[in-house]
Design a protein. Structure first.
Length: 192
């Protein structure tokens, strides 16, 4: 049983690694970005609201995001553990997640941060933009998303570091290499 988070700047490959970790550990991966994108595609009220922020690279407001996460974490498939990808991204979201977990008498085992250099990320994301046509993958928006990561999400990482549950992995390299590093880091963190 593992309850963990994966945190990383946009373009760090966290979604790809999250899928792989989820398969190997047998826990469900929950990506707030994917949930938002599915809602945007389905033109649900949540999607219409979220799109206004996502297209500019802004965070969807905590009031919307927190509720969505609380609902998702109340579903049955998280009973055997979960991997949250892309949440929390603000310290207010950390507090909210703490409350959800406390309400369920649960705690996080590992917080994994993927690290990568900003210029490497920008070039990766510009490449991805050509392939996928994601509407939040143009250079100005990419740089804004990176700024938000530094301004807000690094404070999230610092909180988990203080709690002693943070493990950092270099996200640069072949996908398989990074997965090997990630799985090793999780094993070590769980043994600690
Ligand atoms: P991602 O796929 O994780 O890069 O997320 C794509 C976009 O979804 C972000 O740029 C935000 O607009 C929105 N989003 C995802 N997760 C969150 C979150 N925890 N808080 C606020 N907005 C989020």
């Amino acid at each position: 049983m593992t309850r963990m988070l994966i945190i990383g700047p946009p373009g760090s490959g966290k979604g790809t690694q999250a899928e792989r970790i989820s398969e190997r550990l047998g826990v469900v991966a929950i990506s707030t970005g994917d949930i938002f994108r599915a809602n945007v595609k389905g033109e649900t009220p949540l999607g219409v609201e979220a799109k206004k922020y996502m297209d500019n690279g802004d965070f969807v407001p905590d009031s919307v995001t927190n509720k969505m996460v609380r609902d998702r974490l109340s579903e049955g498939d998280v009973e055997d553990g979960f991997l949250l990808d892309g949440y929390p991204r603000t310290t207010a979201q950390v507090d909210y997640l703490d409350q959800i977990l406390a309400d369920g008498d649960q705690k996080l085992d590992v917080v994994l941060q993927l690290t990568a250099d900003d210029e490497e990320l920008v070039s990766r994301l510009l490449g991805r933009a050509k392939e996928t046509g994601r509407s939040d993958d143009n250079e100005a928006v990419i740089r804004h998303r990176l700024d938000l990561y530094h301004e807000q999400t690094e404070a999230v990482v610092a909180k988990y570091a203080e709690r002693g549950i943070l493990t950092q992995v270099d996200g640069i390299g072949q996908i398989d290499e990074v997965t090997d590093r990630v799985m090793q880091a999780i094993k070590e963190a769980q043994a600690a």
